[in-house]
Design a protein. Structure first.
Length: 460
């Protein structure tokens, strides 16, 4: 019988964990989340209206070209475009037609720019500059495959611009994964070693490819040059988490926080790591700093309280609640209920029975459908051998989908404690009917039925 009770108690506990809103930290890196900047692309300003090495201006256009160049230098793009539009495209050389397309681009008339760039390429498909510009246009429009095609064409035609290699790396990373991006980013860095965009892109590609040693070598080099870059410290934290080096991850996160990072995700991860390493004072300090806002975030507070309760830091949890209690009245009733439920849980753990009873009742007054409060109140009543109230609160919780499994199993355990095996079987049948994945329940019901039969025979 003790074995059966142990199994049922264990299943109730597991059911509670499965419905809890906050996961417990562990050594596995999949439990930690760190927010870092994503690789991005940047667009260059046009280096000039055209390059003669790529497209030759017709002799009869020299005078016009010089005049248009002067107008562009003085910022008269609309006037230049108006003059170019006075010609049929066939009357313009590829160089002048490229200029027309570029002006459309700078004026954000993207459809006209696209058609004009295509017209140029139909006449001279080897123009590197036009492939590059058309690639930029498609990149802005998020037509990534078309953008990649034209950047690849530019490179195959001899372009050695860092910008093109870097953006090809970004597109490969976006479309085809990290291994296809590494070489392009490396080429871009070779040509433009100080450009942050290429460094970040290569770092992201190496990390996603799980080439952690190479990524760490790169980030160590970058940190040596720029130790005050919080994004680099955050990236190092990610690498450390992936390598299960939680000590380095925590140091890196703390450096990022010291340098001004205040992202909610990162602060929570730092707190988790401190709790895991038993550096509780720093964990509590981070929690207090994170919650020190004009408006109380009850979801965030709930996460922190669950973590503190999981490591039996009830005194610190109580202090945390006391520090934010003045803000509770401004919250919606459902959120107030969560607050009072935690107050009750802590009081129950500290053996303050009357205080716990008062706060459980207050939590349910604020939100009668607070499933966690109902379950905890039932468990509290059961611990006091108050079976009537335990049954009431388990029954109320059992109609809430998120808490039904836990309530049915808890109620069954209560009936076992009361030696009411028929009622226990009834609750287990309900649980198994609704949750067939609880494959161990038929065996447990058979054990209870055998106990009942044995008692009946003894009675006879």
């Amino acid at each position: 019988m003790k074995l059966l009770k142990k199994i049922l108690v264990s299943s109730c506990y597991l059911a509670f964990l499965s419905t809890s809103q906050v996961s417990q930290a562990s050594a596995g890196h999949s439990d930690f989340v760190i927010k870092v900047a994503k690789p991005t692309f940047i667009l260059p300003s046009f280096s000039g209206p055209y390059q003669e090495r790529e497209a030759t201006i017709a002799p009869e256009e020299y005078e016009t070209a010089e005049r248009l160049r002067s107008m562009l230098d003085s910022g008269q793009k609309e006037q230049v475009l108006k003059e170019l539009e006075s010609y049929f495209d066939i009357e313009l050389s590829p160089a002048m037609l490229s200029l027309k397309a570029q002006i459309y681009f700078t004026l954000e008339q993207f459809d006209k720019a696209e058609q004009t760039f295509k017209a140029v390429l139909s006449r001279k498909p080897q123009l590197v500059r036009v492939h590059r510009d058309l690639g930029q246009l498609y990149l802005i429009q998020e037509k990534f495959k078309l953008a990649r095609h034209h950047f690849s064409e530019a490179i195959s035609l001899g372009s050695n611009e860092a910008m093109i290699h870097g953006q090809l790396g970004y597109l490969n990373l976006t479309l085809y994964g990290p291994f296809s991006a590494i070489s392009a980013y490396q080429k871009a860095i070779t040509l433009q070693p100080e450009e942050v965009q290429w460094q970040q892109g290569l770092l992201a590609a190496l990390s996603q490819a799980k080439m952690y040693e190479s990524a760490q070598a790169l980030i160590s080099e970058l940190l040596a040059k720029d130790p005050n870059n919080k994004d680099l410290w955050l990236n190092q934290a990610v690498l450390a988490i992936n390598a299960d080096n939680t000590n380095l991850a925590l140091v890196s996160l703390e450096m990022a926080i010291m340098l001004g990072d205040s992202d909610d995700i990162n602060l929570k991860t730092a707190t988790q790591l401190h709790l895991q390493r038993h550096s509780y004072d720093r964990a509590v300090t981070l929690i207090n700093e994170h919650l020190n806002k004009s408006t109380l975030d009850i979801k965030l507070l709930n996460e922190y309280l669950v973590w503190l309760e999981q490591v039996d830091m009830y005194q610190q949890a109580d202090k945390l609640l006391a520090g934010v209690e003045a803000k509770v009245k401004a919250l919606p009733l459902a959120e107030q209920s969560v607050f009072y439920s935690h107050k009750a849980n802590i009081a129950a753990k500290q053996k303050n029975k009357q205080t716990a009873l008062r706060y459980y009742k207050l939590a349910l007054e604020q939100d009668a459908n607070n499933g966690d409060a109902l379950i905890r109140f039932a468990q509290f009543a059961l611990a006091q051998k108050d079976y009537i109230n335990a049954e009431i609160y388990y029954t109320r919780a059992s109609v809430l989908p998120k808490f039904a499994k836990q309530a049915l199993l808890g109620k069954a355990q209560m009936y076992i404690d009361m030696l009411d095996y028929k009622s226990a079987i009834s609750e287990l049948q309900k649980a198994y009917g609704r949750y067939p994945e609880l494959h161990y329940l038929p065996e447990q019901m058979d054990i209870l039925k055998n106990i009942i039969r044995s008692k009946d025979k003894t009675t006879i």
